[in-house]
Design a protein around this ligand. Sequence first.
Ligand code: GSH
Length: 219
Amino acid sequence: MKQEPVAQNSPPASPPSSQPLSEDDDPQALWIFGYGSLVWRPDFAYSDSRVGFVRGYSRRFWQGDTFHRGSDKMPGRVVTLLEDREGCTWGVAYQVQGEQVSEALKYLNVREAVLGGYDTKVVTFYPQDTPDQPLKALAYVATPQNPGYLGPAPEEAIATQILACRGFSGHNLEYLLRLADFMQLCGPQAQDEHLAAIVDAVGTMLPCFCPTEQALALV
Ligand SMILES: N[C@@H](CCC(=O)N[C@@H](CS)C(=O)NCC(=O)O)C(=O)O
């Protein structure tokens, strides 16, 4: 049974909202939930952001990537959401308003759907500092039906693949470590055993994979 996160009184990622968070605050507003590269590189304009989590999903490095973090010959591994009743995935929700909505969706359609094989799904997001005021958010999820889906593999094999791949957005190792950094910032209540196991496997293999100076050049 995964530990259900307990909201911490840590300061929110953005100024606390005096109003309850709900979609009818501004009918033009849309919340977008990021749980992979979007947590550190949204690359679209947004009005507000919240750190928090979604329930009923687990994050898995089960999506292949032949553009951003891999190539056709050596696809990298990036994350998707797996439906899991016991699951809880931490990330960042970004609020887009007015013109930001169409701009963000147009940009993400290319980055996530066209280039990444992701589809959209509405999820319920629980802000870390107001989990009693959940909000609806759009998430980009790579389903098993998309051609780039790789599915489950031992964490050691995933770590080996990540160490060996790079794409147009950089090395696959950077993708892993930036996500691990984000989870560290979320605090001890945010656990992701799958991510931690891959980071541990990378740490074990890295010295054998390449000498230190080469490892530092990877990211
Ligand atoms: N949809 C997830 C995963 C997004 C993700 O990592 N998508 C890849 C597309 S394959 C990406 O945008 N990569 C950009 C990068 O690696 O910097 C999220 O909300 O963060």
